[in-house]
Design a protein around this ligand. Sequence first.
Ligand code: NI
Length: 258
Amino acid sequence: MIVHIPGILDGPELRYFREQLAQAPWIDGRETAGHQSSRVKRNQQLREASPLALDLGDRIVRGLERSPLFISAVLPQRVFPPLFNRYGVGMGFGLHVDNAIRELPGRAERIRTDVSATLFLSDPEEYVGGELIIEDLYGAHSVKLPAGDMVVYPASSLHRVTPIERGVRLASFFWIQSMIRDADKRRLLLELDLAMQQVARSGRDHPGLGSVRAQPCAQIALEASSEAETPEGAQRVSAASLRLTNCYHNLLRMFSEV
Ligand code: NI
């Protein structure tokens, strides 16, 4: 499932990123590529774990934490520190697959890459080419988003970046280990969560149903502070919403690895 997550970075943050990246020391992206992908990779990257990459990466992670859709769609367990790349004219990245397991820089720990993320830092009008093409069983999907927006997709997908014909494409890319390893189960939980938010919104529109919240269930689960778990809160949540919430939590309990 390919999900567009808008607004991870806002205007002032984007300006800060662009200023910093304009003076950044870029290195050949092949330095960090595996044997197979280095043959098709032609781009530049910030050195992993450099002070600038760490600073910008932290800002992205804070943006992820503020995004209910990111939490619902990915159900993150661990986020790999974001990396940064730059594609100038003639650069691109041929069809490849991302490594299943990655070592966390500077630590003797590894994460399983369940979800791949690309956060666009250049606007689509700034460059020609540079589409992210993601292949799945339904075919090839072309993604090119406004600066500050992000796409997440199963890390099991083959993908590529088409060659740049004009301009420069800046992006951040990283991986997430999800509490839910299986992409179909993640999709089911997202669909259920979105449906519950719709039910909650219609509850608000119909005063008879009371003050049902439209907060994503995934966020409530992660914060472990479900309103429905307190007697006063339970009274405020409609019976249907409560049962759906219960199903959501029970599926999460059944599927998750934490
Ligand atoms: Ni890749």
